[in-house]
Design a protein around this ligand. Structure first.
Ligand SMILES: [Zn+2]
Length: 134
């Protein structure tokens, strides 16, 4: 167990890291990027189908913002360009997801949402009401 204590509290510092505000911002970005995968996995396991919830994109945006800020602080061009353009697909996915949900139909039998063009629920086969999106 001594090796574990040495790993956690190394050289008089937590994880041996020289902590300061910007290091905290960068690590928050890392934690966000890791947690978004757990959120997506949880949503997928819940539905038993591959699902990318809005939370995934919001967490991605916040993680990218943290890591972008950290890259500016570090004046690291490689790190900066790795995150600066990720805002475009993350933002677009949120907008497209919002637009798609507005035109979706909700199955009265099981609550699963389907595209407006669907006539039957892909989950339970229940006929979807014509005309009424919701
Ligand atoms: Zn259904």
């Amino acid at each position: 167990m001594d090796w574990l204590v040495q790993l956690i509290w190394y050289d008089g510092k937590f994880l041996g890291i020289e902590w300061h505000l910007w290091k905290g911002v960068g690590w928050m970005g890392n934690v966000a990027f890791t947690s978004r995968i757990l959120v997506q996995w949880w949503a997928t396991e819940r539905r038993k189908a591959v699902v990318v919830p809005d939370a995934f994109w919001w967490i991605s945006l916040s993680g990218a913002a943290c890591l972008l800020a950290y890259s500016v602080y570090q004046r690291d061009s490689v790190f900066f360009f790795a995150y600066v353009f990720t805002f475009i697909p993350y933002g677009r996915n949120l907008v497209i997801g919002h637009r798609t949900r507005k035109t979706c139909r909700t199955c009265a039998a099981c609550g699963v949402r389907s595209p407006a063009s669907a006539n039957f629920c892909p989950q339970c086969g229940h006929a979807l009401a014509k005309g009424a999106a919701g």
